[in-house]
Design a protein around this ligand. Structure first.
Ligand code: ATP
Ligand code: MG
Length: 591
């Protein structure tokens, strides 16, 4: 496995924290039993060979997007850098929205990005719902120790008594029940004797805490819902804020890295784990939570809910539409794992946030593909070019063998072969009926070079009744072939790409623009659908050089002048060539 394009790594505050912990030996002596479990389970295991443990904990309720890629790169990347292990954990404690399709897509996305949850032959792939039994046991222990109670106020009452930023909350009338009463009521909740919403289990902390998250947060709710893993075994489910720290501790996580919106939850994270460690239920040293600013990228949205809306409303063709900022979409568009990792690394990891320019992804892609991608000529929006003197100059029906390097800087990769003949395809845009300022391509009387071939002189064009050019004519200038002595005898300013009619292959080319016209489509509560770009996809017809007949789905190329393209992983097949433009070339082609 490769590390992201190995440039010197920028420091980030998480590296500083990990290095500090390693230097201080914070986690030395920590045991790990090989599988998740409680304090006794780990105590019986060996010393943990992993120096740190991190985790990536997606909820399987949608496809991962580029923001998740940042979290994946961070968690798996830090584990790799520091001799640790990163777990892939499905946070499937919410019974409602999870689907196998999403689980599969997430596994696929993590692998595609170049990471793996297997370490020394052990798969660290976990499902939080497998911890329900422990979570329940821990809840009973909290009740018995006087740290939790069953509150039977209505949701409205609970909201009203929580107070707000300026006002302390007030105690629930149920707050002073005895542990025995609470235990009986909690078991009644579990056994289905109470209606959905009739009660919740709450931690007993401090209703006057300046941190609202410590005002007796809910730990369990009643919800009659079938869970994909546990079926109808439970009608009570743990709240995320209770479940997540417990999951981390059961798995022996050392550094629990999350985005900044969880910062206010950290005191509860600490309270809960300290309490459960003191009760002897969870192993020590326990995990700690660290927050970083989420990745925001211009001209896209990164929220599963909003991405789902784009799919459901038919604005895009699916989760893997090449315009989607999902990992599946980026992949289909032709972005490489190396480019995504490089972009994530360069975006940095801090508490400050801010926006990352979408262009940085294209820059990373070009850096990755420039040395790798085979070159090819593709003529987009083609129009026919007839070399009127071909038969006299080259011989009737002659085909002139031409070639070009697969990669201009890597001669060892060989050459692509194609033929020039009397009838060629050129770009419609490469002809104008008259000279224009700065325009150096074809117009009557002007000479240009056909790349890798001869110099030609334009003589005119034929148009149809609507004035649309149907054919361009030119004369070949003999003895000017590229790479032959005398090729430079005639100086020309313009060079154009072309494909012969006899060996060119028709192809479909999909050209993408930004999906949104606004730089921050959903900032400040704005309706992101209002800035959907109606012209985000243009399908162009093309003729491509014969070397592309061998292109397989996912193969990447640099089409000369046009940028980086990928053979579409779904629609491209033998007999139907379909290429997606991933990104344009940095510098536009010569005028
Ligand atoms: P969404 O809001 O898109 O549904 P989420 O945070 O609810 O995202 P989860 O599946 O819960 O999605 O996230 C898994 C992990 O990915 C979490 O640790 C989360 O913090 C992280 N993550 C999600 N979005 C971003 C982002 N834009 N930048 C960095 N990390 C992110
Ligand atoms: Mg979420």
């Amino acid at each position: 496995m490769h590390t992201p394009n190995d440039e010197p790594r920028a420091g980030n505050f998480l590296r500083t924290i990990i290095e500090r912990d390693l230097a201080a030996g914070t986690y030395t002596g920590r045991r790990f039993a090989g599988t998740p479990g409680d304090a006794a389970h780990h105590a019986a295991g060996p010393l943990d060979a992993a120096r740190i443990r991190t985790r990536f904990p997606p909820e399987p309720n949608g496809y991962l997007h580029i923001g998740h890629a940042k979290s994946i790169c961070l968690n798996f990347g830090l584990a790799r850098e520091y001799g640790g292990v990163c777990h892939l954990r499905f946070d499937d404690t919410n019974p409602e929205k999870e689907e196998q399709e999403y689980v599969d897509a997430i596994l696929d996305a993590v692998h595609w990005l170049g990471f793996d949850w297997t370490a020394n032959g052990v798969e660290h792939l976990y499902f939080a719902s497998n911890y329900f039994d422990f979570m329940y046991r821990a809840a009973e222990a909290l009740i018995e120790a006087g740290h939790a109670y069953v509150d039977e106020q209505s949701a409205d009452q609970m909201r009203a008594t929580r107070g707000d930023f300026n006002t302390p909350g007030t105690d629930s009338p149920y707050r002073h029940r005895t542990p025995a009463e609470n235990l009986a009521r909690f078991r009644a909740m579990r056994d289905g004797q109470l209606a959905d919403g009739a009660a919740v289990l709450r931690a007993k902390i401090d209703m006057a805490s300046p941190n609202i998250n410590l005002r007796d947060p809910a730990l369990y709710r009643i919800k009659r819902a079938t869970h994909h893993n546990t079926g109808d075994a439970w009608c009570i489910y743990p709240m995320y804020t209770y479940a997540h720290p417990v999951e981390d501790a059961l798995e022996g996580i050392t550094h629990s890295i999350c985005t900044l919106e969880f910062e206010d939850q950290r005191p509860f994270y600490d309270w809960l784990l300290d309490t459960l460690c003191t009760l002897g239920l969870l192993a020590q040293p326990r995990p700690h939570q660290y927050e970083f600013a989420r990745l925001n990228v211009t001209y896209i949205v990164t929220s599963k809910r909003k991405l789902r809306q784009l799919v459901d409303d038919g604005i895009v063709a699916g989760w893997d539409d090449p315009r989607m900022p999902t990992i599946a979409g980026l992949r289909r568009r032709g972005y490489t794992p190396e480019a995504v990792r490089l972009m994530c690394e360069r975006a940095g990891t801090s508490k400050a946030g801010g926006w990352t320019d979408y262009a940085s992804l294209d820059i990373a892609l070009r850096e990755d593909l420039d040395p790798k991608a085979a070159r090819a000529m593709a003529v987009l929006d083609p129009v026919r070019l007839i070399l009127t003197n071909w038969d006299e100059a080259m011989g009737a029906g002659a085909i002139d063998a031409c070639s070009a390097p697969v990669h201009p800087a890597q001669p060892e990769r060989g050459r692509r072969a194609f033929g020039m003949a009397r009838e060629l395809w050129i770009e419609r845009d490469d002809y104008r009926p008259a000279a224009e300022k700065g325009y150096q391509r074809l117009y009557p009387g002007n000479k240009v070079r056909l790349k890798y071939g001869h110099v030609i002189e334009c003589s005119g064009a034929t148009t149809d009744a609507d004035g649309r050019v149907t054919e361009v004519q030119a004369r070949l200038v003999p003895d000017t072939k590229s790479g032959t002595p005398g090729a430079d005898a005639i100086k020309v300013k313009g060079v154009i790409t072309w494909v012969s009619a006899h060996d060119g292959i028709p192809a479909e080319v999909r050209l993408y623009e930004r999906l949104f016209t606004e730089e921050q489509p959903d900032a400040g509560g704005r309706d992101f659908l209002a800035s959907v770009n109606p012209a985000s996809l243009r399908v162009a017809s093309a003729v491509v050089e014969p070397s592309l007949a061998a292109a397989r789905p996912d193969d990447k190329f640099q089409f000369e002048r046009h940028g980086y393209f990928v053979a579409d992983r779904i629609d491209h097949r033998d007999g139907r060539l379909v290429f997606n433009r991933t990104a344009t070339l940095k510098d536009s082609f010569a005028r």
